[in-house]
Design a protein around this ligand. Structure first.
Ligand code: DX5
Ligand code: ZN
Length: 215
């Protein structure tokens, strides 16, 4: 299976987003990563359900929604209507098992996300309830940050556990992915790479996506 790429639109120009999404589709990306921030769980505010609803009208790419919000269980029903993959943070103050189950019951793929400060072993017990696990390789909140190499060890630990237990879980990494860090993340076991600045600043988006997918 080739590595999947899920571009984050956080750094795109929202007034020309439709064109950017068409460019991403043409470049062969696998999903669209949508970063939802509430200004409480992270020190930044981005967008919510209405914007994602509009995006959904203009793409058939699966929507990979990354909730960076406090007590996300309060909003799962609303986001489940627009998401394909719906992820929330282990550290965000919701009952983890109940929230994962609710996401699946509402027909979405459930994704559990960990911040750089969280050890991967802490989420082992929840793995059977996950369709995807997201390892943050930057502090959540902003695009354009530097990749934290500690994420590589976490990816390896999770990959080993997923393989050992024969679970059907995608392993995603988010933050600071570029030509240099993408191969490291893939070697450590990631099968979905989120990339924002790297994709949007590429001179040739298609060639950049193709190069990553060959890793
Ligand atoms: C950070 C977000 C990321 C970010 C990725 O909180 O979750 O998805 O936008 O952007 P880059 O690839 O620029 O680090
Ligand atoms: Zn993200």
């Amino acid at each position: 299976m080739s590595v999947k790429i899920s571009p984050s639109v956080l750094t795109a120009d929202f007034l020309t987003l439709k064109d950017d999404i068409k460019r991403l589709e043409g470049a062969g990306t696998d999903m669209l990563h949508l970063d939802v921030m509430d200004g409480i769980f992270v020190p930044n505010i981005s967008f919510g359900v209405p914007v994602i609803k509009s995006i959904k009208k203009h793409t058939s790419l699966p929507l990979d929604v990354h909730l960076m919000i406090d007590r996300p269980h309060r909003y799962i029903k609303q986001f489940a209507e627009v998401a394909d993959y719906l992820g929330f943070h282990y550290e965000a103050g919701s009952d983890v098992a109940e929230t994962l189950k609710e996401i699946r019951n509402l027909g979405c793929k459930a994704c559990l996300t960990i911040k750089p400060c969280t050890a991967p072993q802490e989420i082992f017990e929840y793995l059977p309830l996950c369709d995807m696990v997201l390892v943050m390789s930057v502090e959540p909140g902003f695009g354009g940050q530097k990749f934290m190499p500690q994420a590589l060890e976490k990816l390896s630990v999770l990959r080993k556990e997923i393989t050992k237990r024969r679970l059907d879980i995608l392993l995603e990494v988010d933050g600071g992915i570029n030509a240099e860090t993408a191969p490291l993340a893939v070697n450590a076991g990631a099968d979905v790479l989120v990339a924002g600045n790297y994709i949007f600043s590429a001179e040739n988006m298609k060639a950049t996506v193709e190069a990553i997918k060959k890793l």
